[in-house]
Design a protein around this ligand. Structure first.
Ligand code: UT7
Length: 307
């Protein structure tokens, strides 16, 4: 038995902010945003907080898995926009979900947070230390965006994705994960401040580092890119995804893209994409899927999953 995705779920705030709305807020245009990023709209929290989004995504995953809340052993929540300084947002989520037996903690690894959390959760299940792990990527980035800075405010969105992991016929095959603090200054937000980004520099690093991590994880576990049925990259920029696909030698239909609807939701982007790829039939039983992300830290990596 391997570590399987027993259930998946997602949630985004009700309010959709269009590029046309941003035209009224900063000196930008729908044409610029679409051509430079691929983004058409993003969902922004007005009343929903990170807990509400996480509860909705987690409840969907638990229902799909048909797993009782008290069966969950551990809750891991990846975020860079926690509800409070402490306690961890995962603890507040645990209370709302009623997962009384679970211990809960947050992971801070920016856009790679879901992959880092997946490495932890699958290791706990593989070692027998947990039977059911709830892993969430959730962000309310709109709270740390400078809405006067056109170079960043058009990029980000809010949302949550959740997966329930446990023993089953699938397998989290393995990962190649990395961090490099020497690049901390290309993407960061100081405490109580807004996102600062050196976009061009980050763009080049994103393409190279994600491609290298994909090649490494395939090599490490004895697969080739031809074996992979779908690549799910972190959704930061459609042009980054196209350049990544080119480096990997992949045709468009084998690379998942939903950035047009949600923008960059950091740690939530991969679990939301997994949820939509499953719903649309792009991931089926036994599909070999390659997940890859890169974000502030820098943190980056790639993980191979057999569904
Ligand atoms: O999630 C973590 C990973 N995130 C990333 O990897 C993001 C990586 N970076 C990017 O996606 C891209 O660099 C951006 C989308 C952020 C920017 O695209 P770009 O093609 O690199 O544009 P640029 O920064 O070189 O800017 C080109 C021009 C500039 O004007 P000048 O100097 O040529 O006159 C900018 O001022 O576009 C201008 N510009 C805008 N114009 C209209 C920047 N933002 C905007 C905007 N609307 N929103």
């Amino acid at each position: 038995m391997g570590v399987s995705f027993l259930g998946v779920g997602m949630a985004v705030p009700e309010f959709k902010l269009l590029n046309f709305d941003l035209e009224r807020m900063v000196d930008t245009s729908d044409e610029w945003i679409i051509s430079r990023t691929g983004i058409k709209s993003r969902h922004i929290s007005r009343s929903e907080d990170i807990i509400e989004l996480s509860v909705r995504a987690s409840s969907m995953a638990l229902e799909m898995a048909k797993v009782d809340r008290e069966e969950v052993d551990v809750i891991i929540l990846a975020t860079i926009t926690p509800k409070m300084g402490f306690p961890a947002t995962a603890c507040l989520l645990q209370e709302h979900l009623g997962c009384k037996r679970a211990y809960a903690f947050d992971v801070s690894a920016a856009c790679s947070g879901f992959l880092y959390g997946l490495e932890l959760a699958s290791a706990l299940i593989q070692s027998g230390k947990a039977r059911k792990a709830l892993l969430i990527g959730a962000e309310t980035l709109s709270q740390i965006v400078d809405w006067n800075d056109r170079s960043t405010c058009v990029l980000f969105g809010d949302g949550a994705g959740a997966v329930l992991l446990g023993e089953g016929s699938g397998e989290v095959i393995g990962s190649a994960l990395y961090s490099d603090g020497s690049h901390a200054s290309v993407l960061y937000a100081e405490r109580c401040s807004t996102i600062q980004m050196k976009g061009k520099e980050l763009f080049k690093l994103a393409v190279r580092l994600m491609a290298d991590a994909c090649h490494e994880v395939l090599k490490r576990y004895g697969y080739s890119i031809e074996d992979v049925s779908l690549v799910i990259p972190h959704q930061a920029n459609a042009r980054i995804i196209t350049a990544l696909a080119e480096r990997l030698g992949l045709s468009e239909e084998r690379v998942f893209v939903n950035i047009q609807k949600y923008g960059n939701t950091s740690a939530a982007s991969i679990p939301i994409a997994i949820c939509e790829a499953m719903q649309s039939g792009l991931i089926r039983s036994e599909s070999l899927v390659l997940l890859t992300a890169m974000g502030g830290g820098l943190t980056w990596g790639a993980t191979l999953v057999r569904f």
